[in-house]
Design a protein around this ligand. Sequence first.
Ligand SMILES: Cc1cc2nc3c(=O)[nH]c(=O)nc-3n(C[C@H](O)[C@H](O)[C@H](O)COP(=O)(O)OP(=O)(O)OC[C@H]3O[C@@H](n4cnc5c(N)ncnc54)[C@H](O)[C@@H]3O)c2cc1C
Length: 386
Amino acid sequence: MRDVVVIGGGPAGLMAARTLAQCGHDAVVMEEHPEIGAPVHCTGILGRDAFDELDLDTRVILAVAHSARFHATAGNTATIESDQVHAAIVDRRSFDVTLARRAEADGAEIRTATRVSQLVMERGRVRVFTATGETLTARACVLACGAKYRFNQQLGLGLPKLFVQSAQLDVAFPPLEHIEVHLDHRRLPGGFAWVVPFRDRGQSRVKFGLLGGEHAGAVFDDFSRRVAARVGVDPSPWPRPRLRILPLGPVRRTYANRLLAVGDAAGLVKPTTGGGIYYGLLSGRWAAETLDVALRRDQLDATRLRAYELRWRERLGPEIRAGLAFRTIAARLDDKAISTLIDLANIDGLVPTLKRTANFNWHRDATLALLRNTEFRKVVLNSFWG
Ligand SMILES: Cc1cc2nc3c(=O)[nH]c(=O)nc-3n(C[C@H](O)[C@H](O)[C@H](O)COP(=O)(O)OP(=O)(O)OC[C@H]3O[C@@H](n4cnc5c(N)ncnc54)[C@H](O)[C@@H]3O)c2cc1C
């Protein structure tokens, strides 16, 4: 019998497997795709600090951004630059591959092209059945299968509080000075669209993406074509974007007898942006550390494993609550209010406030500072009752 089976070879599962292997446990990752990291659905931005904190390979960083330009539908823009913000844009496929290599180097086994089709919790063990007819037994299981919730429902863990549609495409494109964030209340209420410039093997490229709204594909086409027209690029040869559903809030419970849920499977993403790589890595590590103690003591019942949920709730709970509250307010701001806020960012205290408080991985301070800003509050109140 293996110590731990990890279902899903994304950042959360790979970090869990690596940490378990480092602690001397026998961990096996089962990943349904033939290759780790593919297909890519994600823009791959995370705070640069995470690389030191979590001992990640910096060679996968394509660019580091310190600024973003916010666009209102009325056409006005505000550029926020901050020496404090270091947003690393990574090659997401290589990011996952290097995580997998490090997990293997530390002793974890990674099986690709292995889809778990059934998960059976038995007395004293977990049994997984694969689509190819294999069976494997383990003392415990880490659920790291991303935004797929069949096993969550089977185990009574519940679903994320909120889901949004998203779309993304990576194409060759002329260089752009800043990351662009486009706010459009009518079509993307509470969401936004983005253009992230970077260079890959000497070629200038961008990642277009969006989240929110109801018709992600159609809104994406219109948005990306408008940005392309602005710089004189013909978008007709571009492939279709990848469309995905993105979770934006934790599931009800992230532990059960012999099982912990991490990353997107636990709904652990930043509700402000939908970014989940950092929380996925953190939760993968915390889950492994909880399991390390539980495996050594052979105490793998839900009451012992609850320590993992207490840990992430203590660290991430205030961030997630502030993010969800901000999201609720942002979703109600109309385009006129967004345009006013962008003008305000150019002339008054919003920019210093953001510069002082912004941090790419941790959003609570900036969120609370904005909500306390008198001018910001006036615009919000006018938008709600004006
Ligand atoms: C358009 C878009 C853009 C994004 N941009 C960013 C960004 O810039 N920054 C950021 O931080 N986050 C971003 N995210 C979110 C980020 O991609 C996820 O939060 C992150 O990948 C979660 O990691 P994970 O390991 O939990 O899940 P995943 O990365 O989804 O990995 C789960 C793995 O489990 C496998 N799997 C699923 N079911 C099974 C099964 N039954 N058997 C075996 N394997 C299985 C899947 O194939 C997958 O490889 C974006 C998401 C989208 C949709």
